[in-house]
Design a protein around this ligand. Structure first.
Ligand code: NAD
Length: 449
């Protein structure tokens, strides 16, 4: 629960629940978040559908291994921890009835923070119009179900491409897990994975060297901590003015700190050089540093315009000259860029910020399509956070802040750890087939698609 979100604490109390229910106010629940050793889902998991996802058998085996109880029908008693329905082999809209028939009884019996994961095929790889329409329909179903769910439950869609089942399994597991607490109503496209599963599932990033910009506080600090938790050695980068807190974060995770303004012309070379000489190379780059300078466009001067574009977008392009050079990221490396829902939906007073964050999505599209990078197995994905409880959002005036916080399917803001978990997921080699995705970590914000 966000430490500044007094309302969620209020409705969790007996009196608060009564008052808020009577008034028809939003009912956020404390989300289930990752705790090592805890089961994947809370309660039995219904696995259904008539898809031919070969990974479904593997999924059952993996879930068995993970200690999840897999059932074929809604049990007579108790609540489900989640439901996975594979309709990847559907060819016509009439096949969607099977999905409805599996989901309808299950949705009535979902427990707190339960998971709905629908597995379809990427519409782009369909061979007929009917098939393409059917798989596109899954998006509408997923996004609607996500809006209907209550009590912290989420619904997401995983799309397969031929041969992607390995990567898809990892994505399904991520979406079932507590790591995806604030990921809701999203579509994950999977591709063919080229890497092996990690030797130790608890440390999928073992042996990797990662750079995180803007790591002194907020989302960046949690990204650094999460990558380190997952086994990576992390280079934490932030402004010299944030040096003290930067050193604290780096020391707490056994990483190294590098003071650099990402807009300075030598930032990319310095970071690359630091990673190479101190840690022997570089595998993961998370471009997280970002600023806002809000004003209506009519009142935006060139300084406000330029500074936001320089930090949030141009610096990434310039630093990537070094990270993506032949002697930069090692083969099989991963870039993860931090966008924003403002870059998808636009936001009043944020034309400069939305430009930079939409531009970030353009960068991901370009890198994901780059043949040279593909040959080297380098992936690029973006995470677009919605309302996350940080110092950036604490500065928003109260009424606007409260709106941003509540106008999503989970009726609460996310925590920095929620963004960090999705980034760590994209940074893992098991996700080497996942490229060019833009996933929102926004509790299904009503802003944007
Ligand atoms: P924050 O302001 O709390 O932290 C940003 C960090 O970036 C700070 O430590 C800051 O010193 C650093 N930074 C800023 N300019 C820099 C520069 N030129 N060089 C190096 N470091 C620099 O922000 P946050 O909320 O943690 O946001 C992190 C990222 O997430 C940003 O890209 C932001 O746009 C994005 N985001 C945040 C939210 C949210 O709700 N908080 C929503 C969408 C997107």
């Amino acid at each position: 629960m966000g430490h500044r979100d007094g309302y969620t604490a209020f409705v969790s109390s007996g009196v608060g629940k009564k008052i808020s229910t009577t008034l028809g106010l939003p009912q956020p629940v404390a989300l289930r978040r990752h705790v090592p050793g805890r089961p994947l889902v809370d309660g039995p998991l219904l696995v259904g559908g008539h898809g031919t996802m070969p990974a479904l058998a593997a999924l059952r085996a993996t879930l068995d291994e993970a200690g999840a109880v897999v059932v074929d029908e809604v049990p007579e008693e108790g609540r489900l921890g989640g439901v996975v329905v594979d309709v990847s082999s559907a060819t016509a809209p009439t096949d969607l009835e099977a999905l409805r028939a599996t989901l309808a009884p299950a949705l009535k019996r979902l427990g707190r923070c339960a998971r709905v994961v629908i597995v379809g095929a990427d519409p782009a790889s369909a061979t007929t119009a009917a098939q393409r329409a059917t798989h596109r329909a899954l998006e509408g179903i997923t996004r609607s179900v996500a809006k209907e769910l209550r009590a912290g439950a989420t619904a997401n869609l995983v799309l397969l491409t031929p041969g992607s089942e390995g990567a898809a399994l990892g994505t399904v597991l991520f979406l079932l897990s507590a790591r995806s607490a604030y990921v809701d109503g999203q579509v994950f496209r999977t591709g063919v994975a080229t890497s092996q599963e990690p030797a130790d599932a608890a440390t999928p990033l073992a042996g990797k060297v990662a750079v995180v910009t803007g790591a002194a506080r907020g989302i960046g600090a949690d990204i650094a901590r999460t990558l380190a938790r997952d086994g990576a050695t992390v280079v934490c980068v932030d402004m010299p003015s944030a040096g003290a807190s930067l050193a604290k974060v780096a020391n707490s995770i056994g990483g190294s700190a590098l003071q650099a303004d990402v807009t300075s012309p030598d930032a990319g070379a310095r970071i690359m050089n630091h990673a190479r000489t101190r840690h022997g190379g570089l595998d993961i780059v998370v471009h997280n540093a970002g600023i806002t300078r809000d004003k209506l466009l009519a009142n935006t001067d060139s300084e406000r315009w330029g500074s936001v574009l320089a930090v949030n977008l141009t610096s990434i392009l310039a630093m990537n000259e070094h990270f993506l050079a032949k002697d930069g990221l090692r083969d099989g490396g991963h870039l993860v860029l931090v966008s924003s829902i403002a870059g998808i939906a636009g936001n009043r007073g944020q034309a400069n910020y939305a430009a930079s964050k939409a531009g970030v999505i353009g960068l991901v599209d370009a890198y994901a399509a780059d043949k040279g990078l593909r040959r080297r197995g380098i992936t690029a994905n973006a995470v677009a956070p919605g309302f996350i409880e940080t110092e950036m959002t604490a500065r928003i005036p109260f009424a606007t802040r409260e709106l941003g916080r509540r106008l999503n399917s989970l009726a609460q803001g996310g925590l920095p750890i929620d963004v960090a978990e999705t980034i760590a997921h994209f940074a893992s080699d098991a996700q080497s087939g996942v490229n060019g995705n833009v996933v929102r970590v926004c509790g299904q914000s009503l802003l944007g698609a």
